[in-house]
Design a protein around this ligand. Structure first.
Ligand SMILES: Cc1cc2nc3c(=O)[nH]c(=O)nc-3n(C[C@H](O)[C@H](O)[C@H](O)COP(=O)(O)OP(=O)(O)OC[C@H]3O[C@@H](n4cnc5c(N)ncnc54)[C@H](O)[C@@H]3O)c2cc1C
Length: 446
């Protein structure tokens, strides 16, 4: 998704649309053109797209293709935990917006990005192949070839050599590693990473309700969060984090038992509803009531019941990983190749779209100045712009992840106080919504 988004951004910018771009992806669906029909069964892999990412994709001309398929804008979100001590409700109206985000199936996003690339008059070649090796040879660089990527026969001006799984080679002035958390480009480029594997897996699937769900729900349970995200029609997607033995068990139990577990996790299972705390917390925080957000008056709601499993169940091991550097001569990393985060706030691909947008601007700047676009000094500007933003988001997600893995009386009270603060203190609440929407401001009293 992130690599194809970069291609869309390059194709829609006057200075970069002259570039010649090779898209190499071993995903077999890419070769078959990613054709989807509106009434196809839902893809269990979905992404919550923030308003900032939506506006990037709108400007590049890709979002209209998402809107032609199943998707769900949501304007409300409810977050609570198993202790029954607190909850927070967020509404798009709190920040004078129409929506908080949009959930789209990954196959819809892939297909939209591919349609946008195919419809542009941009010199692109799609290789449905695997990258097997990469040789970097900066000393042989010359500026005679205007293209970014070319086949061996016209490769005099290129410097990085990419070997593909069919035995062919491509030469390029710039290689962008957008090949995910286990990036081969990162490995072949010698980029070091810092990070760890969580002792948690996410089980994901699509479920059906008796009527349409229009709200994003997330409940923190002792073993990790469960999210119920609207995906359009009567479907919602479940992303449920738990320890590996639990996920293995839940992947194999009967549909009936699994649905019972989901409904219990989103309702009374693990603890009481936080209904009684509302009035007490409001009194404590009454001095913040001026300019109160409209969602602060809303009561706790029980999520809609799940009635049917509408997709297979998939399990993903979770990890946090960050490349120590994003750029070297001729090679740059974007998306999960540069940073992999916990899915609890649905930010992963949005950080990647932010990277792709920033890199497209830096490449345009290099072209405007007549600089070699594989020059490390140019690429480091992209790193300087994105690294602080990505690290800040990673730190916030890590704090959440840690805060919810502790089940200890006094700490549970502190956490409930934080929930109430996030619900009733309007400036904090608005800045949390803005930050989660993709704006760069931190969620503080600023
Ligand atoms: C359970 C779960 C839920 C998530 N929910 C959300 C969410 O709601 N919102 C959100 O923003 N993020 C979410 N994420 C994170 C999101 O899925 C990732 O951040 C996103 O997929 C990263 O996109 P990418 O394009 O960087 O990498 P990937 O999606 O991993 O794509 C990498 C591509 O590279 C190709 N590739 C890999 N190696 C090679 C090779 N050697 N040669 C050729 N091609 C290769 C692969 O085929 C693949 O197409 C979630 C993640 C998980 C696990």
């Amino acid at each position: 998704m992130v690599g194809m988004a970069l291609a869309c951004f390059l194709a829609s910018t006057p200075l970069t649309k002259q570039l010649s771009v090779a898209i190499i992806d071993s995903n077999p669906a890419l070769g078959s053109g990613l054709c989807i029909k509106k009434d196809d069964p839902p893809d269990p892999r979905v992404s919550t797209i923030t308003p900032t990412s939506i506006s990037f994709l709108q400007d590049a001309g890709a979002w209209k293709y998402v809107e032609q398929n199943r998707h769900a804008y949501f304007d409300k979100m409810q977050v609570w935990d198993y202790t029954g001590m607190g909850y927070a409700k967020y509404g798009a109206r709190d920040v004078n917006k129409e929506y908080l985000g949009c959930v789209a199936e990954n196959k819809v996003l892939h297909s939209a990005l591919l349609s946008c690339i195919k419809d542009s008059d941009f010199k692109k070649t799609i290789y449905p192949l695997k990258l097997t090796s990469m040789t970097l040879n900066p000393s042989s660089m010359s500026m005679v070839d205007e293209s970014v990527a070319s086949r061996e026969s016209s490769a005099q001006g290129s410097s990085a050599k990419l070997q593909l799984s069919d035995g062919s080679s491509i030469y390029a002035k710039l290689v962008v590693g957008a090949d995910g958390g286990k990036s081969r480009v990162r490995e072949l480029g010698g980029f070091k990473t810092t990070g760890w594997n969580y002792s948690q897996n996410a089980i994901i699937c699509t479920v059906e309700h008796a009527s349409e769900n229009r709200c994003a729900w997330q409940r923190f349970l002792p073993s990790g969060p469960i999210a119920l995200l609207p995906v359009g029609d009567n479907f919602s997607n479940i992303v449920w984090t738990m320890n590996p033995p639990e996920s293995d068990n839940r992947k194999s139990i009967t549909e009936e038992a699994f649905l019972k577990d989901i409904n219990s996790a989103l309702d009374y299972g693990y603890g009481l509803h936080p209904s009684s705390s509302l009035s007490g917390n409001r009194d404590i925080l009454s001095w913040f009531k001026m300019n109160q957000t409209s969602s602060a008056d809303e009561f706790f709601e029980i999520p809609p019941k799940v009635v049917r499993l509408a997709s297979q169940r998939m399990v993903f091991p979770l990890s946090l990983r960050h490349a120590n550097s994003y750029a070297s001569k001729r090679v740059v990393l974007i998306g999960d190749a540069a940073h992999t985060v916990h899915p609890l706030a649905g930010q992963g691909v949005n950080l990647g779209f932010g990277d792709a947008f920033s890199l497209s601007k830096i490449i345009a700047e290099g072209i405007a100045l007549g600089t070699d676009i594989g020059e490390v000094n140019l690429l480091k500007k992209y790193e300087a712009e994105r690294k602080p933003a990505n690290i800040t988001m990673m730190a916030i997600l890590e704090t959440f992840q840690k805060a919810y893995s502790i089940d200890f009386g006094p700490f549970n009270f502190l956490r409930a106080a934080a929930f109430s603060g996030a619900n009733y203190i309007s400036p904090l609440k608005r800045s949390i919504i803005s930050y989660a929407s993709g704006e760069q401001k931190l969620p503080l009293f600023l």
